[in-house]
Design a protein around this ligand. Sequence first.
Ligand code: ATP
Length: 348
Amino acid sequence: MGFVQFKGVTKTFGKSVAVDTMDLDIARGEFFSLLGPSGCGKSTTLRMLAGFVAPSTGSIHVHGRDITRLPPEARDIGIVFQNYAIFPHMTVFDNIAFGLVERGENRADIKRKVDAALDQVGLGGFGERFERQLSGGQKQRVALARVLVIEPEILLLDEPLSALDKKMREEMKFWIKNIQKSVGITTIYVTHDQSEALTMSDRIAVMNQGRILQVGSPVEIYERPNSRFIAEFIGESNLLSGRLTAGGVRVGDTVVPAAQAQGADGAEVALLIRPEQIRLEPVTEGEAPMLTGRVADEVYQGALRRYQVETGGQTVTVEVPNRPDLAQLPPGAEVALYWTPESGVALR
Ligand code: ATP
């Protein structure tokens, strides 16, 4: 049984359906992400769990207890927002102490817990600073410390990195993941950024238009998406049009092996193959390639070279690591495309 459960939860605002009959099971200690484009219902899902928004229908359970009608303060859930929400007139210490003071804990305990929380988030010695004296990353650490110090059962993070610059985001995503692991707290993370979700999560639910399309580990979501929408939303993808046939997908005159190639013979599908999964070589007599084609374009991108290859009227993007042992193939070159059979996925 899931530690956090949504059972048939729908939320409508007037005529618009923000969350549509959601069923969800999240395990204790899990780092679980809700991933999807803007407006898909991620934040509404989180707000319903926090108790800020009431579901229109359905119920939410934590540890087997129905919490649907509980007020936020009775839920034992901590939440960190994108904009930190730090009190500007209070020191870092007092910001972190806030929840403990509200609870009426004694001063010695508060001091001990706040100092421990400051150390935990790497801000030992920052207790007397004010918000204006902190960088974006430090503010986010304060916001997290303020929640962790009250030891909630569940941690909710709503786009916590989106106000940070790219370098700080990269650093913070590993940092948050490590803190979560060491504390072991059940965490639900809302993001529209696929790389954050892939890096940090134990499991991801991909949402679109209020619905969950797929739940799986980062590997499952990236390598075995169950729809074209997910294949295109997460990472770069080639989607070659083809038809199901015995043994895989027929693309032009060639039959290519593919996972998930179940269905009626002749049914239209897209063959997903990721650009980095493809090996590009000059055409030779040797091992039979998956497809052959002609280089239409080649772009240098530092760490890799990006090729556009025309094959039977379709274009395939290939990313090749920029290594001196890999031949550079000029536009016009006849090329062979190789990949392992497991890398191709048939999608409806
Ligand atoms: P974003 O990343 O842009 O915040 P999201 O995936 O978190 O998007 P939600 O904020 O949950 O999406 O919104 C889902 C849908 O519900 C959107 O169409 C939004 O306009 C609508 N919505 C959310 N809150 C309200 C509200 N209080 N009143 C009316 N409509 C709302």
